[in-house]
Design a protein. Structure first.
Length: 161
């Protein structure tokens, strides 16, 4: 069996496993306050992930090794753009290009007719996301202070057309 990660749409029946991975990653974030963590974990429940994938199949992407989900990328159509809500990789699989594969697959889905641009945000302290987004062609638009959940965020964009 191949140990090379494969990235694709979330399959039916994977929402619980994906929610568990997502919740574990969010809980461990040192730069998110407790209110933000609770809210984001609730927002991306297993049922919410199923509904999002049903509405927009390319909006819930997962990276798998064999059949284990090791990473995710959540996005959504947003007034003609695509909003990259979250991407993350299980700690044991970081620094192996999985995040890059997820972002590249998102680009592919956007180029295939979803939009001409992706936008997203990240916490100002999230160095790993800032590096990953910069390396994938995202441009910082601005820093928004005391914003979502009373925290500071950087807004980003990427043209894909």
């Amino acid at each position: 069996m191949s140990m090379t990660p494969r990235v694709g749409r979330m399959r039916s029946g994977e929402a619980e496993e994906l929610n568990h991975l997502f919740a574990g990653i969010v809980e461990a974030l040192p730069y998110y306050n407790d209110t933000a963590k609770r809210s984001e974990i609730a927002k991306y429940s297993a049922e919410s992930l199923r509904q999002l994938a049903e509405k927009e199949p390319d909006s819930v992407l997962v990276a798998r090794v064999v059949e284990q989900i090791i990473g995710f990328c959540f996005s959504e159509s947003d007034d003609g753009l695509v909003w990259l809500a979250w991407f993350g990789v299980a700690p044991a699989f970081r620094h192996q290009g999985v995040g890059s594969q997820l972002l590249a697959k998102l680009d592919e889905t956007v180029r295939n007719g979803r939009s001409h641009k992706i936008w997203c945000d990240c916490r100002t302290e999230n160095e790993a996301s800032k590096i990953a987004l910069s390396n994938h062609g995202y441009v910082q638009l601005c820093t928004v202070r005391n914003h979502w959940y009373g925290q500071d965020f950087i807004l980003w964009e990427k043209s894909v057309a």
